[in-house]
Write a protein that binds this ligand. Structure first.
Ligand code: C2E
Ligand code: MG
Ligand code: MG
Length: 638
């Protein structure tokens, strides 16, 4: 508000400032300085020596002066802002391009030149469409302009072309600048080059959807495709087949020849399978040595069988790799949509189950999915569920099978063998549930129970009979590979029991030694250092060379029962057993023959120099109480 003080000495606003009046000032005429938007920026005042009032002309003068000052102040502000904007504009890493109302280029910043290669001289007055890569269709630009016109804004990814012709992805934001009437004056686009990001997105996409080794689609990609084909199959009423392929003996090849050769074999297998299918079919790698094939639009189920048979014979051809000739085979499971199922997971599961039937029927064959298979899988799931609580419910039992010193027929050892006393199904054999326990990882908890239970039992027998009995416990490779396996805990438990470690031994499989990691090696050494002996179970069925056992401080070899079974009639088996015994003794290992069922077998083994025998001839595995009675009987033979 304008304030006119005719005489400072008497004006009420000036009571506080009499000193100034005393300095010889009479009147003060002041006018507010306002911005164009009417904001107060300050005041403009004129002082006179003598008290007086302004006339009209003087008032106009004061008002004009205040207005001018207002404009001047605003301009300084605006220049400062402009300067700031200009420096952002020229230092920005983002490419800025400004066009006029007709979308003709009027300005650009250094980042724009750096990214596109164009200077302002190159493209002044031109339309930004000169940057078009040709990758977007008319609809794309129509949608872009619709957004710019209606919302004054567009944002998205664009493929543009640099001056040198290279196409690159850009993340672009386009804004409009309008005048007071709302007419567009400028279009300002700001873009950043996202080549690197897109490149890594692409890579991630490939890694997520394709198998690195064979370059085939992986499980995820395949599931997508299958989902689409299932819809088509239902819609068109056509038949679709799914073939689950698992290479036979691949693991052995990997273990024997090493992973690089295994990898080459997988690549070659993928090529062979591919050559058996048509362009409209799909092949994917599910992981490991598992492949899956989808055959859409089949005329009849037999067509799927023909393809499966072709794949089996293609994979059975010899593989010449690095001067070696390798043979493998394939087990295939087949299922159909819509006959067996119409869901992705269900179909894959079906084919997988059918493949397992081929495996257990002797491999290198194909099997169809059936309802019975489905029920069986259901039961397995139920069993797995029951297994989770079986330790707490005390449903497991340990049986003990005597191991006899062949030279004198006395019991010197026993093997602890687990049994599951299921409330509905009765006694379940370990052959049935151990693989499931391994797959699910439950074996770690179950195995812990086995070790402690076996230790407690052997402690009792050693005390009762002052014997040197040693009980062996089977340890699954899965237990060894699990971080949860704490051997220290077990050793502490033995100390608590007051049981010497020599009364326990462990049985491991050859496979464990073939895939020996440092962690597994450490665990084996921990057992050895504690004085717990180690036996190789089922020796002969795997691929480990006898000579390699020396490295691992193994104490016993248990010859697999399949070698003992025909020892009376098969010269070959007898000779093999003999070699194993001789070699083992040379390496300082003792030999236990498994599955000894007849007197004749026992005698032949003794003649070969085999140290111990285990089998139905001596005794079946017995519940603890019966085994105890067996021990008593054995002692009374003295
Ligand atoms: P394994 O360790 O090779 O055990 C020997 C198997 O041969 C036992 O089968 C035993 O009952 C059977 N057997 C013994 N003598 C004869 C014979 O004279 N003739 C025939 N035909 N068979 C005989 P079982 O008890 O069914 O165990 C099967 C497999 O389950 C075991 O093979 C072992 O690998 C595994 N297993 C058993 N208990 C455990 C355990 O507590 N933990 C782990 N991880 N595996 C276990
Ligand atoms: Mg065993
Ligand atoms: Mg065995």
């Amino acid at each position: 508000m304008r304030v006119i003080a005719e005489d400072i000495a008497s004006h009420p606003d000036w009571i506080m400032y009499h000193d100034i009046a005393a300095a010889g000032l009479g009147a003060c005429w002041s006018e507010p300085i306002r911005s164009t938007s009417n904001r107060i920026l300050g005041t403009f005042a004129i002082y006179r020596r003598a008290p007086s009032l302004p006339d009209e002309h003087e008032l106009e003068l004061i008002e004009n002066a205040a207005n001018l000052i207002g404009i001047a102040i605003e301009r300084v502000h605006a220049e400062e802002e402009l300067h700031l904007a200009a420096s952002i504009y020229s230092n920005s890493a983002e490419a800025v391009l400004v066009t006029d109302a007709n979308n003709c280029i009027v300005a650009l910043n250094p980042a724009f030149s750096k990214i596109t290669g164009y200077t302002l001289d190159d493209i002044r007055g031109k339309n930004p469409s000169l940057l078009h890569s040709g990758r977007h269709n008319a609809d794309f630009f129509q949608a872009m302009w619709q957004s710019i016109t209606h919302r004054g804004f567009w944002q998205g990814q664009v493929w543009n072309r640099r001056k040198d012709g290279e196409i690159f992805p850009e993340w672009l934001t386009i804004n409009t600048i309008q005048d007071e009437q709302g007419n567009v004056q400028r279009y300002v686009s700001m873009g950043s080059d996202i080549t690197n990001q897109v490149r890594s997105d692409d890579l991630i996409w490939r890694q997520t959807n394709y198998d690195f080794l064979t370059d085939l689609p992986n499980r995820y990609m395949f599931q997508d495709r299958l989902a689409q084909e299932i819809l088509k199959s239902i819609h068109e009423g056509s038949l679709l087949a799914l073939l689950f392929i698992d290479l036979d003996k691949f693991k052995e090849v990997n273990d024997t020849y090493g992973h690089p050769i295994g990898d080459q074999l997988l690549v070659k297998s993928a090529e062979r399978i591919n050559s058996c299918i048509q362009e409209t079919d799909s092949l994917a790698r599910m992981g490991g040595d598992e492949f899956i094939v989808m055959l859409p639009k089949l005329a009849c189920t037999i067509d799927a069988e023909k393809v499966a048979a072709q794949i089996i014979s293609a994979l059975a051809e010899p593989y010449p790799i690095n001067g070696e000739t390798i043979y493998i085979g394939a087990s295939i499971g087949i299922t159909f949509c819509p006959d067996d199922a119409c869901e992705v997971d269900q179909l894959i599961n079906n084919a997988d189950q059918a493949m397992y039937i081929s495996k257990s029927a002797g491999r290198n064959r194909l099997s169809y999915f059936t309802q019975a298979l489905h029920d069986e899988a259901r039961n397995r799931l139920k069993l797995l569920k029951d297994m989770r609580s079986a330790v707490e419910k005390r449903e497991f039992e340990l049986h003990f099978q005597p191991i006899i010193d062949l030279s004198n027929g006395r019991i010197v050892k026993a093997e602890a063998l687990i049994r599951w006393n299921h409330p509905e199904h009765g006694m379940i054999s370990p052959a049935e549930f151990i693989p499931m326990a391994e797959e699910s990882g439950l074996i770690v908890g179950i195995g812990d129970w086995v070790f402690r239970e076996a230790a407690a039992k052997v402690k009792r027998w050693c005390e009762l009979f002052h014997s040197e009995l040693q009980v062996s416990v089977n340890i699954s490779p899965v237990q060894f590979q699990s971080l949860a396996l704490s051997i220290t805990d077990w050793l502490d438990y033995l100390t608590t029991l007051g049981l010497e470690a020599k009364h326990l031994s462990i049985e491991i499989t050859e496979g464990l030694l073939l895939n020996l990691t440092d962690d597994v090696k450490d665990k084996l050494l921990q057992f050895r250092d504690a004085g717990i002996q180690v036996a190789i179970d089922d020796f002969g069925v795997g691929y480990s060379a006898l000579s390699s056992l020396r490295k691992f401080a193994i104490d016993y070899l248990k010859i697999d029962q399949s070698f003992i079974r025909h020892i009376e009639t098969e010269q070959n088996d007898l000779a093999l057993c003999e070699v194993i015994v001789i070699m083992a003794h040379k390496l300082g290992l003792k030999v236990i023959a498994e599955g000894v069922e007849t007197e004749e077998q026992s005698r032949l083994l003794l003649d070969l120099g085999c140290d111990y025998g285990q089998g139905y001839l001596f005794s079946r595995p017995l519940p603890a109480a019966k085994f105890e009675a067996f021990l008593i009987k054995d002692m009374s033979a003295d």
